[in-house]
Design a protein around this ligand. Structure first.
Ligand code: G1P
Length: 305
């Protein structure tokens, strides 16, 4: 079974970034100079995905335009001989044409429902899911979806990306229960159960699902049930847990640093960290960071106040 489709849910409202996201889709927020959605699409292309399905919603049209030609801009850059910028502007255009597909989730019923909305395009074969809020920096190494696609070649079954979190953070994530406790430190762990956003006391491990999945098409049979889970939403985690009655599921510890760009702090961390990787930006940013460090070093944090 070859993996060739990736589903990218982009219908979320992005309320945590208001007022910036009042009219701007949160997926268009830039980390340094590239919108979040572009990181996700580039990761999909790097993993050899042949078609990308955006599950969009109202107010998300500029996402489609971002992955198309902008003739006025391109002509202007061409006339001025700005070849590098022209290449940047054109780098988002899918090759071949027609490999970016769009479907709409017309009600915010949860991540599971968003993925279900892609059933007619993704159905019938295994597919990947990327949540663009989860930006994972692999420092020039293999992007995470590529790491997972390689595991999939071997395992031929569903795989979720995981990372270890602190006990107080389990209520923010899907948490996996390993089948064998002894395997907990392995990089690929067979899963016995998944729970969406459990409190620390109820968490079966500290392994949190991060926004990269490879799913078998049978997942749609479970999403179809539209079971309402945590927050009254159709949870992808619950459908994967139900899939376990039929098929094996693995948790994959990826190589890379993950930034939660759906959160203000995570988003700023991603910007700082990725900007510092660029020598020209680093030279100008480091003195400022040093100055701020000296300034705030002895001040109590807002949490302690
Ligand atoms: C979603 C999933 C959750 C997963 C998380 C990863 O939650 O429901 O299982 O751990 O993404 O970022 P959300 O962040 O949408 O609340």
């Amino acid at each position: 079974m070859k993996l060739r489709t990736v589903v990218i849910p982009v219908a979320g409202l992005g309320t945590r970034f208001l007022p910036a996201t009042k009219t701007l889709p949160k997926e268009m927020l830039p980390v340094v100079d590239k919108p979040l959605i572009q990181y996700a699409v580039e990761e999909a292309w790097a993993a050899g995905m042949e078609r990308i399905v955006f599950v969009t919603g109202r107010g998300k049209k500029i996402l489609e335009d971002h992955f198309d030609h902008n003739p006025e801009l391109e002509e202007a850059l061409l006339a001025r001989g700005k070849d590098t910028l022209l290449a940047e502007a054109r780098s988002t255009i899918p090759q071949p044409a027609g490999t970016l597909l769009y479907t709409r989730q017309n009600q915010p019923l949860g991540l599971g429902h968003a993925v279900w909305c892609a059933r007619h395009v993704a159905g019938g074969e295994p597919f990947a899911v990327i949540l663009p809020d989860d930006l994972i920096d692999t420092g020039g190494g293999k992007p995470v979806l590529q790491q997972m696609a390689e595991e999939f070649d071997r395992l031929q079954t569903s795989i979720v990306a995981v990372m270890a979190v602190e006990p107080w953070q389990t209520s923010k994530y899907g948490i996996v229960a390993p089948l064998n406790r002894e395997e907990i430190d392995a990089h690929c762990i067979q899963v016995n159960g998944l729970i969406e956003k459990p409190l620390a006391e109820a968490a079966p491990s500290n392994l949190a699902v991060i926004g990269r999945y490879i799913l078998m098409p049978e997942i749609f049979q479970y999403l179809e049930r539209k079971h309402q889970g945590v927050g009254g939403e159709v949870q992808l985690t619950d459908a994967i847990a139900a899939l376990l009655e039929k098929q094996a599921v693995y948790a994959f510890r990826f190589q890379g640093v993950r930034y939660d760009c759906g959160d203000k702090v995570g988003f700023q961390m991603a910007n700082i960290s990725l900007a510092l990787q660029r020598p020209q930006l680093r030279d100008q940013l480091l003195p400022l960071l040093q100055e701020q460090l000296d300034r705030y070093h002895h001040q109590p944090s807002a949490v302690e106040e």
